[in-house]
Every structure is written in C-alpha cells, then in structure tokens.
Design a protein around this ligand. Structure first.
Ligand code: BMA
Length: 863
C-alpha cells in the first residue's frame, strides 16, 4: 500500500511538473559587458546600463562629477555587447513552447542565443517576446545582446530620411542630435535641464518562460460605472455605486488544440469565458465581464480614501495547466469635460477639467521628469520618496511628461496608493517625427503594450499624445514654410496611429491630442458617444462641403485648409475620426496652456494667462548646495555661480541671466548682481558661502514666482476664467543642475516645495492688487466636494520686519460653497492703510479661520 501511494505521488509530481509553466530568471550580476573592439569590458548587472556597470567596475569615475556627461560621451558613441551563460534543465527544454521575454532593451539591439541571432529590437518602450523553442539545450547556454550606438543609428536614420525632420536640441544642452528618429528616451540625448548620457543596456527585466499550454502576458481590467447616487444629501454630484468590469486577458498559447477556462473576479463576483481549441501557437485574447457593487470608490488625494481590491484571474487548461494572476484595481470613473461654457461667462470657449466619480476636480500638481539618467539606479524607495513628497505638498496629480520614459509599475502602484492622478503623455516631445511605415508600426506596438500594462491603475487619468508637438508645427522654418507636409506627418502619427492604438485598448480614459492643445472640436468615438454639441458640428459642417469629408484624417485636414471658413475653424471631419480644434495651441479659451515668460517681473499676475487648465509654467533655480557639492571641485573654481562648470550645467539659453534679472527685480541683496557681498560687506564671490547665498536667492525668487502664478490659477477657478488645473513645471530633477524643479535629486525639498504645500492646500486664501485706484482683492478656494467653507477672514497689515501690526480688518461669516472659489473681500488699498503708512512699507497677512471644526486648518498667507 505504502509503495503504491508513493508511486502515485511521484506520478502526480511528474504530471504537475510537465503541466506547469516554468520561468528562468536571467536578471542579476552574472552578465558581462564589452565594447565593440573588446578593449573595454566589465561585469554587468541586468537590469542596468553600460554607464553604471563601468562605474561599478571602476572603469570610469562618477559620471555626475564635473563634466562627466561630455567626458564620458565616448561610451554612447561605442557599441556594447552584454552576454552571460545560463542553464536550463531537460524539463524546461521539453516544454512545448519556450520564449525569451525582454521587458526593455535600450535600444538598437540584436539578440543571440547560443551564437545564433534570434531577434532584433529597436524600441526601448516595447516588450519583446521571442520564440526560442528548439534553440535551447539542457545544460549550459549563452545569451548575447549586441547594442549599436543610438547616436550612430540616429545619424544614419536621419541621413536616410527623404527630408528634414526638425527637432529642438540646442547646442547649450551639450547633447547629441537625431533622438526623434529613435524610440528611445528623448531626454537621454540631453534636455534643457538634463545631461546627454544616451545609455545602452538591458534596462528592464529579462527571463525565459516555458509553458505547456498558455502564458498570460497582460490582464487589462476596464471599469466603468453602472449606476450612480448623489455624493451626499443635496449634492449635485452623482457618484457611482455599482460598476461594470470588463477584463481582457492577453495570453500566448503553446500550440494547436489548447483549450481551457478563464475566470476573473473581485470579491467573489466573477465572470467566466472559454478558450476554444486553438489552431497553433501565438497570441490569443479572451474577454470576460461581471458587475460589482458594494465597493468603496477610489478617490484622488484629499477627496476620500484610495481603496484598492484584488482582481483575481484564473486560467485552467484542459491538459492541466493552472495559472493565477492577481492585479490591484480601484473603482473610479473619469471624464474629461470640454463642453462650451455658459453664455457670456469667461468669454467664448470651452471648459477643460476632469471629473472623478462625478465630481469636478481642480488638479493641483506638477510635471514629472525621469528621476535619473539611469532609471535602474533608482530604488522603489527613491521613487516613493519623490511621490510621497508630491502628496505631502497637497498635490492630487502629476503629469508624466512626454520626453522621458513610461514609468515602471511601482510608480503607478505608488500613485494609486497616494491618490495622485496621472496625466500620461505618450513619449514624444518637442520635435517633428518621422512617418515611414516602420516607425509607425513600431509606435503602434509600443502604445498598445504600454496601455495594456498601465490600464489597471485607477490613478491613470488620461493619455495625451505628445509634449508640445502640435505647437511645434509653428516653431521650425521647415514646418512653417512647408506646413502641409509636416501637418500630414503629425496627423498620421498622432491621429491615425497613436489615438486609435490607445482607444482600441482602453476607451475608458480620455485622450488629449497634445499638451498644450485646444482639444477636440468634435470627438466622434469616445466613451461618451456622439458629439454632444450640435452647434459645433454645424459650425464644422458649414465650413466643409460634403466633398471635403474624406476617409482619413489627413485628407480631411488638407481639404479643410483649402476651404474658406467663416468661423476660422481649422478642423477635420470624417467618419469616426476626431475633429481637432486647431489654431493657437496656447489659446486660454480652450484646453491647456504652457506659459513661460522670462521677460517681465515673474510675480506680476497681470502678465499671466487665464487658461482653462495650466499644465506647465515655471521658473528656474539652482540646485541646493548639498546635492551640488559632490559634483564640484572648489580647487578648479567651480564654486562661482557662473563658473564654466555651472554654466555647463545651465542648459537653458540665457538661464543664468534670467535668474539674476529676477533677483534684481525682487530683492536688494548684492548677490543679485553677482557681487556676492556677505552681510558684513565682505566679497564672498567664488566661495562656498558666495554660492550658497546665490543658490538661496535663486530658490527664494523661484518660490515667489511660482506661488504668485499658482495662486492666480487657483483664483481662476471661479467664473472669471474657469481654470481647473495648476500643474507647474517641474516636480523633480534628473541630476544636480539648474532647473525648474521644486525637489532636488534625492527628493530634498527646495523652498518652492514647502511653498507648494501651502499654495496647494485644499482651502487656500490668496490676495492680489488691481485697478487704477489699487484695490486689494482676497480670494478663497475651497476644494471640499461636499462642505461649504464658513468662517472669518482677518486682513492684517504688518511692517516688513514683522515687528508691528499697523492695522487689521475682519470680514465675518464668509461662506464659500463646496468645490468652488470666490472673492471674499475687496477694498481700496488707501482705505485700509492707516494715516502716514505707505503701501510699500507693509506686508498683507491673511488669516482665514474656519468656523466648522471639521475644517481644522486655517489658511494663512503673506503677500
Ligand atoms: C516645457 C517642457 C520641457 C522643458 C520646459 C522648460 O515646455 O515641455 O520640454 O523642459 O518647458 O523649458
């Protein structure tokens, strides 16, 4: 009996082994890297990058030290080969299907197994799954990945392209050209805040997968509201209370005749579907759905909790394979509202704002750039510190900017946990792009993969096609003189390829055509159904004859250009394609705006636009001394604020002069002129003290500039401008250099970040002066979705050194309705000033004190 049982056990075990998926992890430190001619080699770590490997092996010094970005440029100009050996056993090679899964190769690569080329890659944003069935042997094997220099390949592609494709890459950035011919992190070639290291390497995990029946590659849950109830008694907002969940599972099957059952569920509520016998190996997609109620909705930071649930997917193959995949999901609805504003309010134009769970949200946030030139050198903890800092500064959202990378999964997991809404750009920035068939097909694959990867995150609020590329059509001599050609390229890439690739994978999130842009004029196939604004359709139709209705976006656009259009509607119309609202992308009346002006006084609110959504605005400062010091050599004169080294790090044209000018406009400290006298009159220019002084002033002025502008946008949320977003440029840094960031590398808070915590507080009081007979206006923004703010306002005038209060006025019983902003006090300045006190001699201190205990914080502000 014992023997029989033992025998059965062994048989069952064998059965289990042969029916189970197996993974061989190829990550780790047992790789080797060498250059093209073999003169440089070092141990390598995967995931990683050639620079970090050479640094770890002491082949190069710290790449961030002094001029490392250009001193080590030879690395980017060479070709690098990564290789290792690995073992697989006979049970692995006997599995019906074996595949190599490369989650990220940076960028131009050929992959070899046991010396034979098995695949090529040319997009760092794609996952490559390569069939290796029959190519492995039980025992030792080798894998080799040969990368070509992205700089060289970019140059070749540019030379081979039939016409010039312009991009923005100033010499002041000390970088390399032709980034836009490659699907590689655009800012790795350098940016106006970052270095050009242009790394190569296996930058995401790599593994072998062997399976008997199926391998699940992606689980894409799309969650939409099924029914709604009022958010609170008398609330105008309808919050979803039940949901439809559609789960799409992408899998690869091992061969013909595979079948099985797929179930997916949350909290015991499940859907089920069958995989009918397959005809051969390759990708297969299954979809199932179910309804859910009784779950807590997910809310952005400050509006409620960030409740998440497990979505459990099970596949049972008819031959015995069983796979389970779990995803965290959140229940929330997202809508992008771009409807026309009520007649006569805020001038002509449309709104632009996000509704989460039926509640309009004023987005308070900043722009995210890559947090290191070598993404793998960032730990989860590094990313957590940065995102926690954003949340701690009362932000409820971030825009992941299009010149960097789609962030790793952990970034979006953290955003889910912290309630940070993510506006996700597709990775294109500040350039025209090629539109040959290979490039477009490559982009379509990339976008589909990224949308599937990220769709489960409730934090992901919107996809946007690019950074500034619609506006860039008007930046370059080539695109302005030959507009139709570059416009054709633009429409082909973003309207005909990127947008449908996104929408076909995920139609539950809004799509934004470019940041900045005026958004859609008519959007025919979004979740929200047919156009809701018949007047707009009519306007378009009155501009277009039926003949102009063409089948593709570009034909339609070109047709429109040739038509007289009384309303100056530059639109496209066709069956099932969106009609974009062309024209001035910076129009404050439509969509989002990027506003930078380095000419005037950066705190003068009269110079700021009144946009529907401010998605970028900013001002530079120097990095803090603590993060900069390790990169400097005092003995070589680096400590002067305008030393050759610090000018080398200043990648923005005229950046230092702009910083000095604002110091002069806002302070009377000698350092503003670069003289760097200390308070005893001693000249400290060129010393640590001199640099620290200069850095401090640059950061103080940056703080004033961004505070002034953010408060202006927050005041705009009332009917004056309908502004519903203040997202400054930029949250974080990529190295220690002059930039627009509020966080230094390592998530050290600059003064701006402390100020952000205040100017983004949900209830915020701010003031400005206006009129020929100047008046003081005080405004209170109340982001609470259900409760009116009721309280008292003290307006106090203080001497500048804070020693004396010269007057105080109290405004009692102020009421600001939920989710709104309102002017709560105004008075002619001369009437508040006591006799003999001049305006220039006093600061205004505002103190808004809530009456309700449920609003514990008071909002104070000095102006
Ligand atoms: C923008 C961005 C970036 C740039 C920043 C500062 O408009 O989109 O490309 O770094 O301005 O110049």
């Amino acid at each position: 009996m014992w023997a029989r049982n033992k025998m059965l056990g062994i048989l069952l075990l064998l059965c289990t082994v042969s029916n189970a998926l197996q993974i061989v992890d190829l990550n780790g430190s047992n790789w080797k890297v060498n250059n093209a001619n073999g003169t440089v080699s070092a141990p390598a770590t995967v995931p990683g990058a050639v620079h970090t490997d050479l640094f770890a092996a002491k082949v190069i010094g710290n790449p961030f030290y002094r001029f490392g970005d250009t001193d080590y440029r030879w690395i980017a100009l060479d070709d690098w080969t990564f290789s290792r050996s690995f073992s697989v056993d006979s049970s692995f090679v006997s599995l019906p299907r074996q595949e190599l899964v490369c989650e990220g190769l940076d960028t131009i690569a050929t992959v070899y197994i046991n010396g034979a080329a098995i695949s090529k890659a040319d997009n760092m944003f794609r996952r490559y799954i390569i069939d290796v069935t029959g190519k492995l042997r039980a025992g030792t094997n080798t894998i080799t990945v040969v990368f070509r220099s992205a700089v060289t390949v970019g140059k070749e592609k540019c030379a081979a392209y039939p016409y010039k494709v312009p991009s923005t890459d100033g010499a002041v950035q000390h970088g390399e050209l032709n980034r836009h011919f490659l699907r590689k992190e655009q800012c790795s070639f350098s940016w106006d805040w970052g270095p050009g290291f242009i790394p190569q390497g296996i930058w995401r995990p790599i593994k072998l997968v062997g399976y008997p029946e199926v391998y699940i590659t992606d689980v894409v849950p799309l969650i939409t509201p099924a029914s709604r109830v009022p958010l609170a008694k008398d609330s105008p907002y309808q919050v979803p209370n039940s949901w439809n969940v559609k789960v799409t599972v992408h899998m690869r099957v091992a061969g013909a005749g595979v079948s099985g059952t797929l179930t997916a569920g949350v909290q015991g509520l499940t859907g089920q579907t069958a995989l009918s016998p397959t005809s051969g190996p390759g990708p297969v997609t299954l979809t199932t759905g179910f309804s859910v109620s009784g779950v807590e909705p997910w809310w952005p930071n400050g509006m409620g909790s960030q409740q998440m649930y497990d979505l459990v997917v099970n596949f049972k193959g008819s031959r015995g394979e069983a796979i389970q995949v779990t995803k965290r999901v959140g229940f929330r609805s997202i809508e992008l509202i771009t409807t026309p504003l009520p007649d006569g309010q805020a001038g002509a134009g449309n709104a632009m704002y996000i509704k989460v769970n039926g509640v309009p949200v004023f987005m308070r946030g900043s722009n995210w750039i890559p947090a290191s030139p070598f993404p793998n050198s960032l730990s989860d903890e590094d990313l957590r510190r940065l995102l926690v800092s954003a949340q701690a500064a009362n932000m409820n959202g971030l825009r992941v900017w299009g010149g960097g990378i789609y962030q790793p999964d952990i970034f979006y997991d953290l955003a889910d946990q912290l309630g940070l809404l993510i506006w996700e750009d597709v990775m294109f920035a500040c350039a025209m792009y090629p539109r040959d068939g290979d490039f477009l097909a490559n982009v379509a694959e990339e976008v589909r993969y990224q949308v599937r990867r990220l769709a489960s995150h409730p934090s992901l609020m919107m996809w946007s096609a690019n950074n500034e590329n619609e506006g860039a059509l008007w930046w370059y001599p080539e695109s302005t003189s030959n507009r139709d050609l570059y416009l054709a390229d633009y429409v082909k890439l973003y309207v005909d390829v990127v947008r449908p690739a996104i929408m076909s994978e995920d139609n539950t999130r809004p799509f934004w055509p470019s940041s900045p842009s005026n958004g859609p004029l008519v959007d025919t196939d979004t979740l929200y159904g047919p156009p809701t604004a018949p007047a707009l359709v009519q306007t378009v139709n009155s501009c277009l004859t039926l003949n102009a209705v063409k089948r593709t976006a570009i034909e339609a656009y070109l047709a429109v250009l040739s038509l007289p259009c009384p309303h100056r509607v530059h639109g496209m119309v066709a069956m099932m394609i969106p009609v974009l609202r062309w024209g001035n992308v910076q129009s404050p009346s439509y969509g989002d705006v990027h506003y930078y002006s380095y000419d005037g006084k950066c705190t003068d609110w009269t110079t700021f636009p009144k946009p529907r959504f401010a998605s970028e605005y900013g001002w530079q400062s120097y990095p803090s001394y603590a993060v900069l010091a390790p990169d400097l050599d005092p003995a070589q004169g680096d400590l002067a604020y305008n030393s050759p080294l610090l000018e080398h790090r200043q990648h923005h044209p005229d950046g230092t002069a702009q910083i000095v000018k604002q110091m002069a406009l806002h302070t009377c400290v000698p350092a503003a002129a670069g003289a760097a006298l200390d308070r005893h009159g001693k000249n400290v220019a060129g010393s640590q003290r001199g640099l620290e002084n200069f850095i401090y002033l640059s950061q103080a002025v940056q703080t004033m500039c961004i505070q002034a502008q953010t408060e202006h946008y927050r005041r705009g949320r009332d009917t004056k401008a309908y502004t519903m977003g203040a997202v400054y440029w930029q949250l974080n840094d990529i190295w220690a250099g002059q930039s627009w960031s509020s966080l230094d590398i390592g998530a050290h808070w600059k003064p701006l970040h402390y100020a952000a915590k205040r100017f983004f507080e949900p209830v915020h009081v701010s003031a400005y002066e206006d009129g020929i007979l100047p008046s003081l206006h005080v405004h209170l923004a109340n982001e609470d979705p259900t409760r009116a703010w009721v309280g008292d306002l003290n307006v106090e005038l203080w001497s500048w050194n804070g020693s004396k209060m010269v007057s105080r006025v109290t405004q009692s019983n102020v009421v600001v309705p939920p989710n709104s902003g309102k002017e709560i006090y105004s008075q002619v300045v001369e009437l508040i000033l006591p006799r003999g006190v001049k305006r220039a001699d006093v600061a205004v201190v505002l103190d808004a004190i809530p009456r309700l205990a449920s609003f514990p914080a008071r909002s104070t502000n000095t102006t």
